[in-house]
Ligand binder design. Structure first.
Ligand code: ADP
Ligand code: ADP
Length: 229
């Protein structure tokens, strides 16, 4: 079943073409790694999928729902598409637990107790449960990124997008975040991951998409891709 579909997607800034004629279908449970040089449109492509950016031409569907440039389905799209960025964007004046419980989960009508249980469940899954009552600055960057992943998972998204989730981390913090992402992949989450971590790509990716100058120039299985001459 196709969960994310891009057909003929184009985006430009003034006369600069950031995305040109992008076609990509990601099926339920599939893991796609997106790579390519800086400025090639990787971030723009995934930001268009959850409407942080609006595309100008073409069609984007998330589980059959149109991601339309007029934002008419934006609430539904944001609920179904989880997003993890390079920066963690946690609220500094709230505890880790509050960062998860005081936002979108409550807005979906969960009671205080339900929100807390759900948050603790996901903090457990990213191995941060013991830090639930600390504040973000008391955690390492890697731990904060795992909290950001848990915060996204609380929305029970159908697909998770990652935009260079380990690029801002000290090297010793990267493995812990990648391990959590690998666990998520093994549990069957549909994932689109922009990353330069080729070890992760080799281990997890069903397909690797290579972008350059706003276009997808190659799509391959990780083996073919990494063994190419
Ligand atoms: P990548 O993620 O592959 O590094 P991006 O998607 O961030 O690439 O950017 C693609 C291109 O679009 C870059 O050349 C970038 O400078 C340009 N770009 C991104 N956002 C804007 C914007 N708001 N206005 C103008 N150009 C932009
Ligand atoms: P990343 O490296 O994560 O892709 P960038 O540094 O390319 O991030 O961009 C950071 C922000 O600046 C993004 O929101 C992007 O849309 C915006 N941006 C990038 N390039 C330009 C540009 N040439 N003009 C205006 N905004 C830009």
């Amino acid at each position: 079943r196709p969960l994310v579909e891009l057909r003929g997607v184009c985006k430009w800034y003034d006369d600069f073409s950031a995305l040109h004629d992008i076609d990509l279908t990601v099926h339920e449970g599939e893991k796609v790694v997106v790579c390519g040089p800086s400025g090639s449109g990787k971030s723009t492509m995934i930001r268009c999928i959850n409407q942080l950016e609006a595309h100008q031409l073409g069609t984007i569907l998330v589980d059959g729902v149109e991601v339309s440039p007029d934002m008419k389905n934006i609430e539904r799209i944001r609920r179904e598409v989880g997003m993890v960025f390079q920066s963690f964007n946690l609220f500094p004046h709230m505890t880790i637990l509050e960062n998860l419980t005081l936002g979108p989960i409550r807005n979906r009508g969960a009671s205080r107790a339900e929100a807390r249980d759900l948050a603790m469940h996901y903090l457990n899954r990213v191995h941060i449960a013991e830090q639930a009552d600390k504040y973000p600055t008391q955690l390492s960057g890697g731990q904060q990124q795992r909290v950001a992943i848990a915060r996204s998972l609380c929305m029970k998204p159908k697909v998770m997008l990652f935009d260079e989730p380990t690029s801002a981390l000290d090297p010793e913090m990267i493995a812990g975040v990648l391990d959590v992402m690998i666990e998520l992949a093994e549990e069957g989450m549909t994932m689109i991951v922009v990353t330069h971590e080729m070890g992760f790509a080799r281990k997890v990716a069903d397909r690797v998409v290579f972008m350059d100058q706003g276009e997808i120039i190659e799509v391959a299985g990780p083996e073919a891709f990494f063994n190419a001459p």
